[in-house]
Design a protein around this ligand. Structure first.
Ligand code: ATR
Length: 273
């Protein structure tokens, strides 16, 4: 049986095994897809061992995405720009190749699944870590009129912006000063706050008077504090389940050259988890 896995720490919560098994079912075959808790000092050795033992493809999640990027020398353009890798495959010459499908996953979820119109809208991204780096180019490609990146620690926004100098209409500020840049039509929470069930303090003044949208890259079985905040203020909201499934679909097609349907898998996760 073809072997795949996701490496992370922690990893218990990962939905990747069920997502990829449902994809494989669509094509009439079974795969072995494991979630592996990786010791922080053994990441590289474990990756090499996985492929030496005949593994076909790996997903990489928190906290190893940047380490995967540093370790691999064959990298896709989008993983170089994101500075992180979430998908590894072995090519025909035996080289390990890194890619990043997160940005595409978000883009497909926003456009195809949610049908949110980003074009000419003012977008606020909260957070300036690896997650923001991974999605910025894809969001930019949807032609918003402005993207503002607001972060608790202002210095981190500046270093992120210096990495994306070629993108115009992208600016940054500290989370404390975000009111000055308001209003926003779309707010994306790319912090790791929701993972710890923490709220990010946001003022009501940042919301557009027209319809507005809140997207949390995180997902959990209950509403995240950020989505709860948005819902109470009349936003259309979405968690990151759709993005998770779409990034997985892109990984699946990188490994197996087959594009799975995602709608039924998203529905399955929403109904069962
Ligand atoms: P990831 O790879 O998930 O993006 P990261 O690179 O560690 O993780 O970045 C986490 C981001 O979430 C950072 O922007 C962090 O803000 P700081 O740079 O100020 O640390 C942000 N973050 C985490 N918890 C937060 C909270 N409670 N409120 C606001 N921002 C938070």
């Amino acid at each position: 049986m073809k072997r795949f896995a996701v490496f992370g720490n922690p990893i218990k919560h990962s939905y990747s095994p069920i997502i990829h098994s449902l994809f494989a079912e669509q094509f009439g075959f079974e795969i072995c897809y494991e979630k592996c808790l990786i010791n922080k000092h053994e990441f590289v050795a474990e990756v090499e061992k996985f492929f030496d033992d005949g593994g076909m493809g790996l997903n990489i999640t928190v906290p190893f995405k940047q380490e995967a990027y540093r370790f691999l020398s064959n990298l896709s353009e989008r993983s170089i720009e994101a500075g992180s890798v979430n998908t590894i495959k072995k090519d025909y010459n035996g080289n390990l190749c890194g890619d990043n499908t997160d940005g595409l996953g978000l883009k497909v979820d926003l456009v195809k699944n949610l049908k949110w119109n980003i074009s000419n809208k003012r977008v606020l991204i909260i957070g300036a870590g690896g997650a923001t780096r991974g999605i910025l180019r894809s969001l930019f490609s949807l032609n918003p009129s402005q993207i503002v990146i607001a972060n608790r620690t202002p210095g981190k926004v500046l270093s992120l912006l210096s990495h994306f100098k070629s993108l115009h209409n992208v600016s940054g500020c500290s989370l404390d000063n975000v009111n000055k840049e308001a209003p926003f039509d779309i707010i994306i929470n790319a912090t790791s706050a929701s993972l710890n069930n923490e709220a990010v303090f946001l003022s009501d003044q940042i919301i557009s008077e027209d319809e507005f949208f809140c997207y949390d890259l995180a997902y959990s079985d209950s509403l995240t504090p950020f989505l709860d905040w948005g819902l109470k203020r009349g936003a259309e909201i979405s968690d990151g389940i759709g993005m998770l499934v779409e990034q997985a679909a892109e990984s699946f097609s990188i490994w197996l050259d087959k594009a799975p349907q995602t709608e039924s898998v998203i529905k399955y996760l929403k109904n069962n988890y």
